[in-house]
Design a protein around this ligand. Structure first.
Ligand code: ZN
Length: 105
């Protein structure tokens, strides 16, 4: 579990629901380009963000990096991202699902 999840769990246990709520809404308050800059450890982005005092850089950095776009394309069957797969009837299917389908035939 990352720092972000751990911190959220702690607040939850302490009953600090306003903080838990804030953390859960983070993806709605931070713009995609700001997210990218947090991921790149560009602290200048802090000037644009309105963060509560208890929020430390490490916390949003951990959050941002757990939200990285997965590699590869999304398989229509399992919704997982995978670099190995094929286009099947104009849809992308990952290798694992493709083999499963093949075995069903
Ligand atoms: Zn799949």
């Amino acid at each position: 579990m990352g720092l972000f999840e751990e911190t959220k769990m702690n607040f939850f246990r302490k009953g600090a629901m306003d903080k838990v709520k804030w953390m859960e809404n983070l993806n709605r308050t931070i713009l995609p380009n700001q997210l990218k800059r947090i991921q790149q450890n560009d602290k200048r982005v802090l000037q644009e963000l309105v963060l509560p005092k208890w929020v430390k850089w490490d916390l949003i950095y951990d959050w941002a990096n757990s939200r990285k776009v997965p590699e590869g394309r999304m398989c229509i069957l399992c919704n997982d991202h995978n670099e190995n797969g094929i286009d099947f009837k104009e849809k992308y299917i990952c290798e694992q699902c493709f083999f499963k389908l093949k075995n069903l035939e």
